[in-house]
Each structure stands twice: as structure tokens, then as C-alpha cells.
Ligand binder design. Structure first.
Ligand SMILES: *[C@@H]1O[C@H](CO)[C@@H](O)[C@H](O)[C@H]1NC(C)=O
Ligand SMILES: *[C@@H]1O[C@H](CO)[C@@H](O)[C@H](O)[C@H]1NC(C)=O
Ligand SMILES: *[C@@H]1O[C@H](CO)[C@@H](O)[C@H](O)[C@H]1NC(C)=O
Ligand SMILES: *[C@@H]1O[C@H](CO)[C@@H](O)[C@H](O)[C@H]1NC(C)=O
Ligand SMILES: *[C@@H]1O[C@H](CO)[C@@H](O)[C@H](O)[C@H]1NC(C)=O
Ligand SMILES: *[C@@H]1O[C@H](CO)[C@@H](O)[C@H](O)[C@H]1NC(C)=O
Length: 800
């Protein structure tokens, strides 16, 4: 600052230093005089500095670079009141300079300034002190310091000071302070609400403005809202709102009202004060868009409570809102849409909006360039279409599906989520689903499954589930690569995401291609693990697992050991034996590639008649056969491109034909089961005396079959010697072909059996049948014998 010090004093004139002009010609000297021990000198110097400072910015800069601020700061505590006052006024004048804030902070001026608020009564001093504090209060550190030095109490007290500038500086300072949560709640505790409200009566717009901003800020707090009601805040603000003189501030005042209408405590007030009528009146009559928008926002706040929605409904708020949708102002459009969304919590209102033709304009707003409007429109539509088919139809009629899908591609996650929910609502109606799918909804949804935030992912998952409830939707979902990210959701650590993921998986598992694809992606293993974890499972995880298994009976039987009558065995079914939960069931094709081993063979079902292509393909897969075959390289390449198929099973095919011919004509289901049991038993080695079981060498036979065909996979019809579990499987496979009802159950130690339900004819009353009962079918010892499931013989049959 040395350079400046030299430069500044060049221009002092008589004009600048009126009374001191003779003694001192230079500002630097006057600044030095501020340190004088003599009161008279101080008085003159401070007065001179003040005058000099008031001349303009250039002079103020000079003073600051001459270091006038420090001595002035000590003079504001001088015992002589006039010196203090001059010093304060000089400071106040300097305050407009940009550097002053920093210098005051550096000199730790806050405690001293705060102290003045309580100990001075001079209007000018208070005005300057509050001015300095208002200036300092924009700085975070100073804010804390003001608060800690009990500045808030003092400032609140000064709000009632008659001098407008003191009021204004104080409320400005308070406004800056309440940007901090600790100060925000303190205003209410220190009884600041009433004086703040009082400021609305000042008739000074600048003061009213800051007071309203402060109130807007602090009324986010519950206790403050209660205090606001206690202090008749609604009455005061409503009165303010009726005064047209203040219409510039009405939008702001409405924001305060809006904050205070939030909680349930405001319900009685709403009725007493007539605030609702007032708000509606503003909406309808105001010619200021900002005021209208604020009033609608306040109404949407009120409408959050169910009681208030009823009151609003009685006042035909739906009509008002629909009319507002025609106003071309983005703030009004978005506020109106948000309020439609809230009002639509009320079932009757959803219909009312439709009857008033309010849905079409909202659909149109999806076209808006304004992101907020688009989001609000999507939000309104998601509420309107929830559980309301006619509304969904109207959205569709207005070509809303196209716009909603376009909305999915916008960058605004909230808009995307609302659009997804709307599409989910619409897609739950079959008639609307096709159109939504045909416009590329899946392509638009799938990317969000991978990168979205929680609430977004959940909405997207719901839309996917809704669209995937028919085969076409599922195919679309598969083809757009939706399955991998969906399966990943099952691993999410968020319970809600997991639950929605499970739901969508359970829907997608409704057809075989999709279920197969999901199994390939490891969905089964993940779901099994979920099902075993008490903390991670949910109400849809078992359903999803169940549905996946229902589409892959081989895996179902392997894992659960149970096929119910509705599980119909088809070609390609195989029994690889029991696989432990959490382990993968090997694919048949992979099993076919294994060299012949000592393990239990895999039994497979294939009822197709002899087919050259498939048998050729099978042979070509096995190098040992191929070496000796005459087929050439070209054939081999061709067959390798074809998918692997099961060896054909002529014997099984013939058994099906025979069963259909001989068993179906039988009248009585008991007879049918008996006949089928005999057929199965005859095919697999006939009746075996339980005592001779150890001589029944089925294992040797199976081993021979494996070596003969060079495969661990044995088509079931080829088995000529089979034990309990082979026979039970054959029984189920044949029964399913000819339409007999039975289940297949695996026990321990290679036991398996079939359970059937039959109603026996009453021996006493002709034509009367007993209630159907559960029987186990004997296929081994007394083939055709039906044993009551709770009988001793059944128990013996089921275990060793
Ligand atoms: C002080 O302000 C007056 C009036 O603007 C100006 O004429 C004078 O040059 C200024 N003095 C200094 C030292 O900047
Ligand atoms: C909407 O409100 C914002 C803030 O309240 C304002 O800045 C903007 O100008 C308003 N827009 C319109 C179109 O009125
Ligand atoms: C799921 O777990 C339960 C035990 O928590 C088990 O009883 C059930 O069989 C399992 N479901 C499937 C399909 O594995
Ligand atoms: C059933 O699961 C097995 C083993 O994961 C798999 O190889 C096979 O393709 C699945 N079949 C179907 C029809 O999904
Ligand atoms: C064998 O089966 C395939 C499909 O499975 C079929 O296209 C082909 O015509 C069949 N061939 C004969 C000879 O039946
Ligand atoms: C027999 O079957 C009935 C009907 O399915 C069932 O409720 C009962 O538990 C079964 N009893 C035994 C011992 O399996």
C-alpha cells in the first residue's frame, strides 16, 4: 500500500476538508490524527474523515488504502459520543466499498458491532452498526460469529425499532442468517415471527420484500409453521394479499402461505380464515402469472391432505385447473399439472378431469420444450391413469403413448420415471399394450434399467413388467437386451429394487424362450439363493423361482424332486439326478459331450418318431462313432451347425401309441392307472419280489446301455430293466401324453413314485363315489396296486 499512500494525498482541497483545511492539507495526515490522544483532534479528524468519505467512491478507496479503517474501528468505542458517532458514520459510509467487508472481518469487528446493538440508543449509530452487520452476515464465518454473540436476539429486537433503516438493515441481516439451519429455527424460539409479520405493515416495499423472503425461508420448519398460525400469520398475510398496492409482492407472500399450509395443523385454519377461497380467487382473477402460479402451488400443497382435497373438490377446483391448462405460461402449466397430480389421489377427481376434457391438454404439454412442464405433465398423467382405464384410453386416443416414449428419452430422470409409470398403467390394459410396444417402448425403457437411480429403476421395472405380460412384449424385451440388466437387479442390495426385479422376472418367466434365456443368465441360481436367505427374500422371489422352474421341468425335478399334475413332461425332459440347491443343473447338450462314465445315467424323454436328421446329428457329435462312419467332411460341418438333438426313442414312441390305444378306452380312472402301471412294469422288467430286489440287476443293464450307445444319456424307452425311479418317470411321461393326471415325487435312495387321486365307487350305494383320495401307484412289486398314501405299504414303497 506504500505506493498508494503517496499518491492519494495529492488532491486534498479546501473543499474536501472544510473545517480542517487550514491545519491539514493531506488525507494521510488526517488519518494519522485518528490515533491522536487528544479528544479535540479526534473529534475534528473523525468529522473530516466522514465528510471526505461521503464525497465519493474515490475518496473512500483512498481512505481505505491509507489504513483509516483500523483507527475508526477503535474510535467506535470511544467514550465521547460524538467521536463514536462520527467514527460509526464514517464506517457506515465506507461500508459501500467492496473491500470493507473483508477488512472488518480481518479486524474481528463482529463482537464489537453486536455489542453495540444492545448498548447504544443513538439512531445513527444503530443504523451504521446494523448496516455493517448486514454486510458481514453474507460471510459464513461471520454468520456463525453473529449468532454465537447473541446477535439474533438483538436484531429481532431492532425489528420493532421505529427507524426504517434500522428495521431494514436488521431484517436483511436476519435473512442472511437464516440461510443457516441453526438460525432458521432460532427465529421462532426467539419470538421473531410476530415482529417479522409486523414488518408487512411498514409500507416500505424494500422492508416488506426482505421480511417475506425471510418468512418464506423459515416457514419450512414445522415449529415455525405452528408459531406462524399462533401469531395470526394467515390473517396478516391474507390482509396483505388484499391490498393491490402490494401486488408486486403477492407472489412472494403466497409462497409463505404455501409453506404454512403443508402440515395437518393448518386444516382448521384453512376453514376459519377462508384461505382456500382467497387462493382460488387469486388463481381466477389475478392478471399476474407469477401470482397465479404461486397460488396454484399453494393449492397443491393444501391438496396433499385428504380432507382438504374434499373441500377443494366441493369448490370445483378441477374446473379451475383445467381452465388454467389453457394459459400459455410455463410456470402456470407446471403448477397446474402438479396440482392435477395431487388432486388425482382422489378417485372421483380422476374421472372429473376426464369429464372436463382436461386430459388431452395435459398430453399435449408433454411436447413442451420446458423440462419442468414436461415432467409435471408426465406426473399428472401417471396419477390420472392409475387404476383408471377410461383415462388410459383417452391418453392413448391423444397419441400419448408416442409422446410418453419420447419423454423416456429425455434427460430428466423424474420425467422418465413418471412417463414409465404412466406407460405401465396404460399397458395393464391389453388393448393399449400393442400400440405402446409398436412405438418402441422397450428400446426406450431398457437403457434406464442399467444406469438409473433407485426410484427411476423401480418405475422402469414396473413398466417392463406391465408390458411383458404377453409373449410379444417379452420377445421385444429379450431382443432389446433387457434380460441381463433385469437379472442384475436381483442382486441389488436395495430391498425395493430386488422386490420389483423379482416381480418383473416372474412376469417374464411366463414363456419358455424367455425363461430359458433367464436361466442361461443365472437367474435360477440367484433366485435360489434369495429364497434361502430370510433377510433377502421377498414376496415375489419365490414366485419368480417357481415360474422359472415351471418352464424348465428338468431343472424343477432335479432341484425340488417334485412334479405336480400340472407339470407336463414333454420331449427333451431329462433327469440328471438330484442337484443340490445353489448348484447349476447341467445342460443336456453339455452332458452329451461327456465321455462315458461310472455315474448314474441321465434318463431322457423324446417321443418323436425316428428321424434321420436328428440321429445323424447325434452320431456326428460323438467322435468315436464318427471315426468309423463313411460320412464326409462336408456332412460333418453341416451337422455341427445344427443344434444338438436328443437321440430318437422309437420304443417310447410306440409305448405312447399303445397306451393311447389300450388305456384311454377304459372307463374307470382306477382301471386306467392300473393298466398304465402294468404297461410300465412290463416294459421295465416286470414285477419284482421285494425279497429278490438285490437280484434285479438294473444297474448292470444301464451300464451296458451306456457303453452300447457310447453316451451317458439313455432315452427312457430303451431301458428294459428299470427300478422305482425309472418306472415312476416313465409312468409320469406316458400319463402326461395320454392325459392321465398324476404327480412324480422323488424320495431318498433312488426311490421315486407317482401319486394319483381317485374316487372309489361306494360299495353300498350304486353310482355314489367317495371323495377323491390320494394313492401311490405300485410299479414294482404288485404293479397296478393303488396304495392309500397314508398306508403302511405306501410308506414301505417310498423308503428302503
Ligand atoms: C474526493 O472526492 C471529491 C468529489 O468527488 C473529488 O473532487 C476529490 O478529488 C476526491 N479526493 C480524493 C483524494 O480522491
Ligand atoms: C417462472 O418463474 C420463475 C421463477 O419464479 C421466473 O424466473 C420465470 O420468469 C417465470 N417464467 C415465466 C414464463 O413466467
Ligand atoms: C424356497 O424356500 C423354502 C424354504 O424357505 C422351500 O420350502 C421352498 O421349497 C423353496 N422354493 C423353491 C422353489 O426352491
Ligand atoms: C432348462 O435348464 C437347462 C439347464 O440349465 C438348460 O440347459 C435348458 O436349456 C433349459 N431348458 C429350457 C426349456 O429352458
Ligand atoms: C427330422 O426332424 C426335423 C426337425 O426336427 C424335420 O425338419 C425333418 O423333416 C425330419 N426328418 C425326417 C426324415 O422325418
Ligand atoms: C396323503 O394325501 C393327502 C392329500 O393330498 C395329504 O393331505 C396327506 O398329507 C398325505 N399323507 C401322507 C402320509 O403323505
Amino acid at each position: 500500500t506504500g505506493k498508494k499512500t503517496k499518491k492519494s494525498p495529492e488532491t486534498p482541497t479546501n473543499d474536501a476538508f472544510d473545517s480542517l483545511s487550514i491545519e491539514t492539507k493531506q488525507a494521510a495526515t488526517v488519518v494519522l490524527m485518528l490515533n491522536s490522544p487528544e479528544e479535540e483532534v479526534l473529534l475534528k479528524a473523525s468529522e473530516a474523515i466522514l465528510r471526505f468519505a461521503e464525497k465519493g467512491d474515490v475518496n473512500r478507496s483512498s481512505l481505505l488504502s491509507l489504513g483509516a479503517l483500523e483507527p475508526l474501528l477503535s474510535l467506535i468505542s470511544h467514550e465521547d459520543k460524538l467521536i463514536r458517532k462520527n467514527a460509526f458514520m464514517a464506517l457506515g459510509s465506507l461500508a459501500s466499498h467492496g473491500d470493507v467487508k473483508l477488512l472488518l472481518k480481518k479486524n474481528d469487528a463482529v463482537p464489537q458491532m453486536v455489542a453495540k446493538l444492545s448498548h447504544e440508543d443513538d439512531v445513527v449509530i444503530l443504523e451504521c452498526a446494523t448496516l455493517c452487520l448486514a454486510l458481514l452476515s453474507t460471510d459464513f464465518g461471520c454468520k456463525v460469529q453473529i449468532f454465537d454473540n447473541k446477535g439474533m436476539e438483538a436484531l429481532i429486537r431492532l425489528l420493532t425499532n421505529p427507524h426504517p433503516n434500522i428495521k431494514k438493515n436488521s431484517v436483511e441481516c436476519i435473512y442472511n442468517l437464516v440461510q443457516d439451519s441453526q438460525s432458521l429455527v432460532a427465529v421462532c424460539k426467539l419470538k421473531g415471527i410476530s415482529p417479522l409479520l409486523e414488518l408487512l405493515h411498514t409500507d416500505v416495499p424494500a422492508i416488506q420484500d426482505v421480511a417475506l423472503h425471510t418468512l418464506e425461508c423459515i416457514t419450512v420448519d414445522r415449529e415455525t409453521q405452528a408459531a406462524f398460525r399462533m401469531e395470526k400469520g394467515f390473517d396478516i398475510i391474507l390482509e396483505f394479499l388484499t391490498n393491490q398496492k402490494y401486488s408486486d409482492l403477492h407472489a412472494l407472500a403466497l409462497k409463505v402461505v404455501c409453506n404454512c399450509l403443508g402440515d395437518s395443523g393448518s386444516v382448521p385454519v384453512i376453514e376459519e380464515t377462508g384461505v382456500l377461497e382467497k387462493l382460488l380467487q387469486f388463481v381466477v382473477t389475478s392478471n399476474l402469472h407469477e401470482v397465479q402460479a404461486s397460488a396454484i402451488k399453494a393449492i397443491s400443497r393444501v391438496a396433499r391432505s385428504c380432507e382438504n382435497r374434499k373441500i377443494l373438490q366441493d369448490k370445483d377446483v378441477e374446473k379451475v385447473l383445467v381452465d388454467l391448462l389453457a394459459v400459455e405460461n410455463s410456470n402456470i402449466s407446471s403448477a397446474a399439472c402438479q396440482t392435477v397430480a395431487v388432486m388425482s389421489e382422489n378417485l372421483a377427481s380422476r374421472d372429473t378431469f376426464r369429464h372436463l376434457d382436461g386430459i388431452m391438454p395435459i398430453v399435449q404439454l408433454l411436447n413442451s420444450e420446458n423440462a419442468e412442464v414436461q415432467e409435471a405433465a408426465a406426473q399428472a398423467l401417471s396419477s390420472l391413469t392409475t387404476g383408471n382405464q377410461p383415462n388410459a384410453q383417452v391418453v392413448d386416443d391423444a397419441k400419448g403413448d408416442v409422446l410418453l416414449i419420447r419423454c423416456l428419452q429425455s434427460g430428466n430422470p423424474n420425467a422418465v420415471a413418471h412417463a414409465a409409470i404412466t406407460l405401465a398403467n396404460m399397458a395393464s390394459h391389453e388393448s393399449l399394450r400393442d400400440s405402446i410396444l409398436s412405438h418402441g417402448a422397450m428400446q426406450a425403457l431398457v437403457p434406464h434399467l442399467q444406469y438409473g437411480e433407485k426410484h427411476l429403476i423401480i418405475s422402469i421395472t414396473q413398466a417392463v413388467a406391465s408390458l411383458a405380460c404377453d409373449a410379444e412384449g417379452r420377445m421385444e424385451f429379450r431382443n432389446t437386451g433387457g434380460l441381463p440388466p433385469l437379472i442384475k437387479l436381483l442382486l441389488s442390495n436395495d430391498a425395493e429394487v430386488r422386490r420389483n426385479g423379482c416381480w418383473a422376472v416372474s412376469v417374464c418367466a411366463s414363456d419358455e424362450p424367455t425363461a430359458t434365456e433367464m436361466c442361461k443368465l443365472g437367474a435360477l441360481e440367484i433366485l435360489q439363493e434369495l429364497n434361502l436367505s430370510t433377510s433377502r427374500k421377498n414376496k415375489f422371489s419365490e414366485l419368480a423361482l417357481q415360474k422359472l422352474l415351471d418352464n424348465n421341468l428338468s431343472v424343477k425335478y432335479s432341484l425340488t424332486g417334485h412334479l405336480s399334475p400340472s407339470d407336463i413332461i414333454t420331449d427333451g425332459f431329462y433327469d440328471p439326478g438330484q442337484v443340490q440347491v445353489g448348484h447349476r443343473v447341467p445342460a443336456l447338450e453339455d452332458l452329451s459331450k461327456q465321455a462315458v462314465n461310472q455315474h448314474r445315467p441321465v434318463i431322457a424323454v423324446n417321443g418323436k418318431p425316428h428321424n434321420l436328421t436328428s440321429s445323424k446329428a447325434l452320431r456326428n457329435k460323438r467322435p468315436s462313432f464318427f471315426l468309423y462312419s463313411e460320412e464326409n467332411q462336408k456332412d460333418r460341418k453341416e451337422s455341427e451347425r445344427q443344434p444338438w438333438t436328443l437321440p430318437c426313442d422309437v420304443a417310447f414312441h410306440n409305448m405312447v401309441t399303445e397306451a393311447a390305444k389300450t388305456i384311454l378306452p377304459l372307463q374307470d380312472d382306477t382301471e386306467q392307472y392300473r393298466a398304465l402301471a402294468k404297461l410300465v412294469s412290463d416294459a421295465m422288467g416286470g414285477a419284482v419280489n421285494p425279497d429278490e430286489l438285490h437280484n434285479f440287476l438294473f444297474e448292470l443293464h444301464l451300464s451296458e446301455l451306456k457303453h452300447k450307445h457310447q453316451s451317458n444319456i439313455i432315452p427312457i424307452g430303451r431301458i428294459r430293466k428299470g427300478t422305482y425311479y425309472h418306472r415312476a418317470m416313465l409312468f409320469k411321461a406316458l400319463a402326461d401324453r395320454i392325459g392321465l393326471v398324476c404327480s412324480l415325487v422323488r424320495g431318498s435312495y433312488n426311490r421315486a413314485w407317482n401319486e394319483v387321486f381317485v374316487s372309489r365307487a361306494s360299495s353300498g350305494v350304486p353310482g355314489y363315489f367317495h371323495k377323491p383320495q390320494s394313492y401311490i401307484v405300485d410299479l414294482m412289486h404288485d404293479p397296478g396296486n393303488l396304495m392309500r398314501n397314508d398306508s403302511l405299504e405306501a410308506a414301505q414303497y417310498q423308503s428302503i
